[in-house]
Design a protein around this ligand. Structure first.
Ligand code: ADP
Ligand code: MG
Length: 590
């Protein structure tokens, strides 16, 4: 259906046409008629479906010369970007209707300027709940004539803890009003709000999720704990996506991963809700201009942000909500293009989670191997060859030709010269690659019996202060080294460090394998523990924990003695893989 088939005024149709819209999106087609009638509406639809026009066109349509002097509509959004974005769009839609004046209010920006704008004839206010409430309490925003309130991305606002603010705002506005709610998901908390604050609402929803996801190839890689960044590095190097989004669950993780990828030479940039406005604008500009091709974001920060042409999405952390999986991967494969999504999982718990996601979304998520250095090299060589063949077909600068002649005159053969140049190029690609495949050491079992081995203690620089439990330590050791859990002995956790008994002949290997390991999110350094003649206790302070020298095993953590925590056979994701997955499992390499 075209916009001009809708009962909208000529000014609006003209503006919409100028923007370049002709066909309405599904949500617009379904929501605009009841909104024009003044009905309450619940709209369920994903990001990028055109909700802004859906709710704002009817609002703009209803503003008249008589009603222009007060705030007709209030739109609550979860983030500053969304408020600004919506305000900008409303500005465009009302280009030919001069009486409409949208104003955005949000935290982290000058209060004075907002107060000035509100005083100067604002009749549509778009804002984040906190700042709107702030203005209401200062009486710089008056809503007694309000006729429409819109809760945009309502689920996200609840996730961000805006529930009380939203309810406080709802309590301040006239009861006779139109209440509109848009949300990508409909958790019970949302339904409760609609029940409490809406009257006889019309439900509009679009069943697009499955359709959009069809064009996206979905994979997962399963990697040892602490190796997600390495796996990502290898995948990015091998697949060379032109534009990617990587999702993390926390701001901290966004920062850490951005830093790590930049350090490895990737044009990455992070976006999260804690950033100052200027910073966020900078981030978006950098992405839109193509300076940064890897955008790392939390769900909240990414919500509603319009980035085009993403060809690959990575779930660095699995989404906490199953529906988010669909929203995240839906960032790629848009506008008839195909896209690819990779989820990186680590450990059995995450594999189970992903299996649940696959079941819930009815998606085919196929296991893929992390590309090895040799695969990457092969692909890099192939594309280098292609690149050179292409260059051969192009004009060569005078300078380049002179230099070539110069080199040939030295008497070195053309093949040698070319090889030298290529060698450098290949080496450049390969030099920074992380070592991913740690060779598994040979088993120490002899005649079915475990050999008695000399042990040493290794020192890991995290302890009770970091809330470390023995199974975290053992899990990380097993994952990083591929050694069986039974190779590790007593684990003693002190305030600031932990010691683990390990076979002496494996100690160097273990130190090496643990180099880039993270335990419970902490980067650790591992070294041979310097024995201090039984004086470790002095590090413990008030700590009741004592080393094995002065107590029974209930205080130490000898997991081999049937202690608590970890699977005694030392299973890790290497050793035992459940096979009852609801998702496909390709044969693993290596
Ligand atoms: P949502 O709020 O659902 O995430 P937006 O309202 O931000 O979606 O719209 C997403 C993108 O689609 C924007 O770039 C917008 O300009 C564009 N868009 C919206 N409606 C139409 C339409 N009818 N035709 C073409 N493009 C549209
Ligand atoms: Mg929106």
């Amino acid at each position: 259906m075209q916009f001009n088939e809708m009962n909208l005024s000529a000014e609006l149709l003209e503006a919409v046409e100028r923007i370049g819209f002709s066909e309405m999106t599904e949500i617009q087609e379904k929501a605009i008629p009841p909104l024009l009638e003044g009905r309450d509406v619940i709209g369920k639809s994903n990001t990028g479906t055109g909700k802004t026009a859906a709710f704002s066109l009817p609002i703009i349509e209803k503003i008249t010369e008589e009603t222009r002097h007060y705030v007709n509509a209030l739109i609550l959004c979860p983030t500053r970007e969304l408020a600004m974005q919506a305000c900008e769009e409303i500005g465009k839609f009302s280009k030919f209707k001069k009486c409409v004046k949208p104003v955005a209010v949000y935290g982290g920006a000058s209060m004075e300027r907002q107060i000035y704008a509100l005083k100067n004839g604002a009749n549509i206010v778009i804002g984040t709940p906190g700042r709107v409430l702030d203005h209401l309490r200062r009486r710089t925003l008056k809503l007694h004539n309000l006729s429409t309130i819109v809760l945009d991305e309502a689920d996200e606002m609840l996730n961000m803890g805006f529930r009380e603010d939203i309810e406080a705002v709802l309590a301040e506005i006239p009861e006779e009003r139109q209440t509109v709610l848009f949300s990508a998901t409909m958790p019970p908390a949302i339904l409760q709000i609609t029940k409490q604050y809406q009257t006889d609402p019309v439900m509009v929803q679009i069943q697009s999720a499955a359709k959009t996801v069809d064009s996206i190839e979905q994979f997962y890689v399963s990697v040892p704990m602490g190796r997600k960044t390495d796996a990502l590095h290898l995948l990015l190097t091998d697949k060379k996506p032109a534009s990617t989004m990587i999702f993390c669950n926390t701001k901290k993780m966004v920062d850490e991963l951005t830093e790590a990828l930049i350090a490895r030479g990737f044009p990455a940039i992070g976006l999260h809700g804690d950033m100052k406005q200027a910073q966020r604008t900078q981030v978006m500009n950098s992405v839109k201009s193509g300076r940064s091709t890897i955008l790392i974001a939390t769900d909240v920060a990414a919500r509603g942000i319009d980035v085009k042409g993403i060809d690959m999405v990575f779930n660095y952390d699995l989404p906490q909500d199953h529906e988010y999986y669909i929203h995240r991967i839906g960032r790629t494969g848009r506008a008839g293009k195909t896209g690819t999504a990779y989820s990186i999982v680590s450990g059995r718990k995450q594999e189970y989670e992903l299996r649940d996601i696959a079941r819930y979304t009815k998606a085919q998520i196929t296991e893929a191997a992390v590309p090895t250095a040799s695969v990457i090299k092969e692909n890099a060589m192939a594309s280098l060859k292609e690149e050179i063949m292409e260059s051969c077909a192009m004009e060569v600068s005078e300078d380049a030709r002179k230099l070539a002649q110069n080199l040939m005159e030295t008497g070195i053969s053309a093949e040698d010269i070319l090889s030298a140049i290529l060698n450098k190029r290949v080496a450049d690609t390969m030099k920074t690659l992380p070592l991913f495949d740690i060779p598994r050491p040979i088993s120490r079992k002899k005649n079915g019996k475990q050999e008695t081995r000399n042990t040493v203690r290794v020192h890991i620089n995290i302890g009770r202060k970091e809330r470390i439990a023995p199974n975290f330590i053992l899990g990380a050791l097993v994952d990083a080294t591929g050694l069986p859990g039974s190779d590790f002995g007593k684990i003693d956790i002190y305030d600031k460090f932990t010691t683990v008994e390990v076979p002496k002949d494996e100690a160097d290997f273990i130190l090496d394998a643990m180099q880039q390991e993270k335990i419970n999110g902490y980067k650790v350094s591992v070294k041979i523990h310097e024995e201090r003649g039984g004086k470790e206790e002095r590090f413990s302070g008030s700590d009741r924990q004592r080393s094995h020298r002065d107590g029974g095993r209930d205080r130490g953590h000898d997991h081999r003695g049937g202690g608590k925590g970890f699977d005694r056979r030392g299973h890790s994701s290497h050793d035992k893989r459940h096979s009852s997955g609801g998702f496909n499992r390709k044969k693993r390499k290596g």
